[in-house]
Design a protein around this ligand. Structure first.
Ligand code: PLP
Length: 631
């Protein structure tokens, strides 16, 4: 398992067990080994047909572990609690989860539920997000924040104000100066005293991919001049006490605590200035950015890893706020963070199947010399062929490459002119491949075709070259004898995975078992952003989803919820087709055609029924390849 660095990126939740399968420890390393959940057993339970005790779902599947979510949330809270205690900080930490990272109902409900003991809240950035956050927080802690970020119109601000009427702790964070007039106006009309925050544009900038939101030219937030104007206007309106929160966001995956402390220190100065100017300041909201270690290197040198732990992150935030406030004799504010990636990334695993692999040529007997006799008929081709033959005899790799290329090129030209047949072309290709393989110059990397859409399930891989750990979830006790890149189902050359963590351009993989044995891969740490950003390219929809918890039963786990992936009808509907009407018109067509065929009545009826049943299944099944026998 060290090949895949599982102990680096997977700890404390994922590990390889003695059977060579990946085990999940949903409560972190505290879990007893006999309570580990074997991912292969989960896949079996999910995919086995119902009569065999399975759930009869198709892959790909997202397996969610709510207990991992709980552990992440509690670890974050306890990291801050420890920092507050050890540094004698005179207030507390009260975080929010930015729902954009994964808006799945059960994830948001879990977070509100697991976090209600420590007032954990939510962050929203759009109208549907504030609606879901408001309704979920009805069951949460009354003091939990509902931080309202993003571009806002009258309706958005009205919803946030309405939230306060419903005794929800909504904070309207001004991202644009223009939003202030709307807030003042609407709060008067609705007779609500708002709690207002403002998002500051910091000068501190992080240089990685995720740092583009920070710095003076960042997309969001108010400049120092705008902040001064906002404070003045609130004062003139008699509402300066409503300004209670300062927010900033340096960017996601903040690489180091040095950069973090620099940004938090700058923001803390701003906070103290707002106190000096008479605002009713209570909270500093340090945004997101708490990173995770995708490649297990803990180096912080690329966007894929960060050079700190949860505890070090919390220490740096608390320390920076404390030292600035102490210097300025300002009361310590409540510290809020909007960590998304760090809370939800670990909680789910995407599992998919390899359906085939390009086969490397066997070394012997594959070039039929009769097939290449034609090469001897042209003087030029014969010369190239003889040079190639001599180079093979000498073991001269460079000349082999040169002459095989030359010979191939010559034959392609012959083919284009119509002189060579496709069989002759194929023979020359076979000859050259054999030569390269026999001198050790052929590409040993195979293409593994996977029953997955990168665009649907790992959109950041395509969009921003983000890498995630991808690992076989079984056979880890056997040495992988091949290397592969992964190619997805879409008709798109970008639908491939040819970069892997650790800077590898191919993945160590096991040879496919010719006897029909299955080969499952897992993509880990993709619980944040990937589901929220995925599309339906080629109309491959969302995977099946199951929730898995520990249980005392024989398998140490129970599937507490199972939802099949989107069907073809579902994805067709998403692009305005009407599957019911489509089905009816295809059925009518079948009736018309089959009843005019002139066969016996009974025969026609049976064929018609088969056609209609096939259509029905095709609309209702998932768009992915059905790798089981057709039912
Ligand atoms: N808050 C804001 C304003 C953001 O823009 C983001 C994401 O970029 C987050 C929070 C979540 O950040 P992360 O996932 O790095 O914790």
């Amino acid at each position: 398992s060290s090949l895949y660095r599982i102990d680096g990126w997977g700890a404390p939740y994922f590990t390889a067990n003695p059977s060579g399968n990946i085990s999940v420890r949903p409560h972190g390393s505290n879990t007893l080994p006999h309570q580990d959940i074997d991912l292969l057993k989960v896949v079996k339970k999910v995919t086995d047909p119902k009569p065999l005790g399975g759930l009869g779902l198709n892959l790909p599947v997202i397996v969610r572990f709510p207990d991992v979510l709980k552990n992440r949330l509690e670890s974050l809270q306890s990291a801050f609690d420890s920092a507050v205690q050890s540094q004698g900080y005179d207030s507390h930490y009260q975080g929010v989860y930015p729902v954009k990272c994964n808006q799945d109902r059960f994830i948001v409900e879990d977070i509100v539920n697991f976090g209600s003991g420590f007032r954990f809240g939510l962050e929203a950035g759009s109208k549907p997000e504030i609606l879901l956050a408001m309704s979920c927080l009805c069951k949460g802690n009354r003091e939990a924040f509902l931080v309202c970020n993003g571009f806002k119109d009258v309706e958005y601000i009205s919803l946030a104000l309405l939230g306060r009427k419903l005794a929800l702790n909504t904070v309207i964070v001004l991202e644009q100066e223009e939003e202030l007039d709307l807030v003042i106006d609407l709060s008067r009309k609705m007779n609500v005293r708002p709690v207002i925050g403002l998002r500051a544009k910091l000068r501190t900038k992080h240089s990685g991919h995720f740092g583009a939101t920070s710095g003076e030219k960042g997309k969001f937030g108010l400049t120092s001049r705008q902040i001064v104007r906002v404070v003045r206007k609130l004062g003139e309106s008699g509402m300066l006490d409503c300004l209670q929160l300062l927010h900033f966001h340096i960017g996601s995956q903040i690489p180091s605590t040095e950069l973090l402390s620099d940004g938090v220190g700058e923001a803390a100065q701003l906070y103290c200035e707002l106190v000096r100017l008479g605002a009713g300041m209570k909270v500093i909201d340090v945004g997101g950015g708490l990173g995770i270690d995708y490649d297990g290197s803990k180096s912080g040198e690329t966007d894929l890893s960060v050079g700190y732990t949860l505890e070090e992150y919390a220490e740096a935030v608390v320390g920076s706020v404390r030292s600035v406030c102490d210097r300025r004799s300002v009361k310590h504010p409540v510290i809020c963070s909007e960590s998304g990636r760090a809370i939800v990334s670990h909680h789910s695993v995407l599992i998919f199947e390899v359906v085939s692999a390009s086969k490397p040529m066997a070394l012997a007997h594959q070039v039929n010399h009769d097939d290449i006799n034609f090469l001897l008929e042209s003087e030029e081709a014969r010369d190239d062929y003889e040079e190639l033959y001599a180079a093979v005899m000498r073991g001269d790799q460079e000349s082999c490459l040169f002459y095989s290329d030359k010979l191939k090129q010559r034959c392609v030209e012959g083919f284009k002119e119509g002189v060579l047949s496709i069989e002759q072309l194929a023979s020359v290709d076979g000859l050259c491949e054999w030569v390269l393989k026999s001198i050790g110059a052929s590409d040993p990397v195979q293409t593994y075709n996977v029953n997955l859409s990168v665009f649907t399930s790992i959109p950041d891989l395509w969009g921003i070259d983000q890498l995630f750990p991808i690992v076989p979830i079984h056979k880890l006790d056997q040495r992988p004898m091949a290397r592969g890149i992964l190619s997805d189902l879409t008709c798109d050359s970008d639908g491939k995975i040819d970069k892997f963590i650790g800077g590898q351009s191919s993945l160590p993989l096991h040879e496919l078992d010719g006897g029909g044995g299955k080969y499952f891969l897992g993509m880990f740490l993709g619980g944040a952003y990937e589901e929220a950003l995925g599309g339906v390219h080629n109309l491959f929809g969302g995977p099946s989803v199951v929730r898995v918890s520990q249980s005392d039963g024989p398998h140490s786990f129970a599937v507490t919820r199972a939802v099949p992936g989107q069907s073809s009808a579902d994805v067709l509907r998403a692009v305005q087709h009407e599957p019911e009407i489509m089905f009816q018109s295809l059925k009518h067509r079948a009736e018309k055609v089959m009843h005019t065929k002139g066969g016996g009545e009974d025969e026609d009826d049976e064929e018609l029924n088969n056609v209609v049943a096939c259509l029905d299944r095709s609309f209702n099944n998932m768009p992915y390849l059905a790798t089981e026998q057709a039912s």
